[in-house]
Design a binder for this molecule. Sequence first.
Ligand SMILES: Cc1cc2nc3c(=O)[nH]c(=O)nc-3n(C[C@H](O)[C@H](O)[C@H](O)COP(=O)(O)O)c2cc1C
Ligand SMILES: C=C(O[C@@H]1CC(C(=O)O)=C[C@@H](OP(=O)(O)O)[C@H]1O)C(=O)O
Length: 355
Amino acid sequence: MSANWGSHIELSLFGESHGEAIGIVIGNLPAGIRLDMEQIRWYMKRRAPGQNKMSTPRQEKDEVHIVSGLVDGVTTGAPLCAMIYNQNQHSKDYSELKACMRPGHSDYPAYMKYHGFNDVRGGGHFSGRLTAPLVFAGSIARQILKEKGIIVGAHIQSIHHIQDQPFPVDIDETLLEQLSSKMYPTLDEDVFLQMQEVIESARLQQDSVGGIVECAIINVPAGIGNPFFDSIESHLSPLLFSIPAVKSVSFGQRNITEMYGHEANDAYYYQEGQVKTKTNHNGGVTGGITNGMPIVFQVGIKPTPSISQIQETVNVQTQTNTQIQVKGRHDPCIVPRAVVVVESMAALGILDMLG
Ligand SMILES: Cc1cc2nc3c(=O)[nH]c(=O)nc-3n(C[C@H](O)[C@H](O)[C@H](O)COP(=O)(O)O)c2cc1C
Ligand SMILES: C=C(O[C@@H]1CC(C(=O)O)=C[C@@H](OP(=O)(O)O)[C@H]1O)C(=O)O
């Protein structure tokens, strides 16, 4: 099982949802970065479970213990290892799942690949819980990027059929900082109430819903990226697709495929000596290389697979068709907790790209 990533920044992710701890080792971090622990705690809180009815009731503090690579709050340049101890496992909820495979979760493919030895409890190493250490790593990346003037932020673009507005062409630091300061950021102030109702209605029907997170990275200079195998899109996508439940990533305007060329092309102009585009349908990237406009992309997240309605499945021990009623404490919608995960992955990807 591989859980390593990176060409400049190196990540090595470890742990299971119901094991003792989850964590990450971050290699090649610059020395001399004073970690802003208050900011890190806020980003961790935005993702943490158990805070309201929209989330899994599992209560976890998600306190980060830094065990190496930091002295007096400042990075030393040595691998930085951070651990989060699991505190609230209910492993008996998963006893049936060694044999009966949850539709939509990792159980069956993992059973085939790891011959039934994989840890199914809480999703094991496949769990959305593993995104907690990724948010920690992403928070450090965001801090380093901010020193270069580069800011990342995201909003909930949609939940089920309820849509927020898309990002405007001019995305500034104030807007992104405002979004990141909210627990559930949307551009239209009122739309989250409707989203919340849709989530609650799905929860009451023992069901779940998905949605889309739209993310922006601003102030990346023009000229970063490559045309072919290491384009901006191809560098960010592996990270974004590694977030459990992510099923799509698209850059620029979502409906660009339905436009005419004259509509899709972003017209250039000079503003105070700087090249800008009037529209940003291409999401700040053409030819795989940044054009100086905000990098904008959307991440599609499926409905949570573990729902407590009775579903058809198979028992791999008796090799029979059967039914399953999934237990455990699950998110009726992953999207609200995943916004900061998307931001974190974007920050890690772009920092790595800057070299
Ligand atoms: C923050 C977060 C929370 C999640 N919570 C749950 C959950 O409560 N129950 C569940 O079945 N899946 C949850 N997932 C999704 C599963 O982990 C994921 O669907 C599963 O590992 C299968 O992977 P795939 O959907 O990418 O194919 C969550 C994912 C994230 C990112
Ligand atoms: C604990 C978290 O989410 C978990 C992600 C998850 C899954 O299958 O992905 C399944 C659930 O695990 P459990 O049944 O142990 O409660 C979620 O609670 C977290 O994100 O921190």
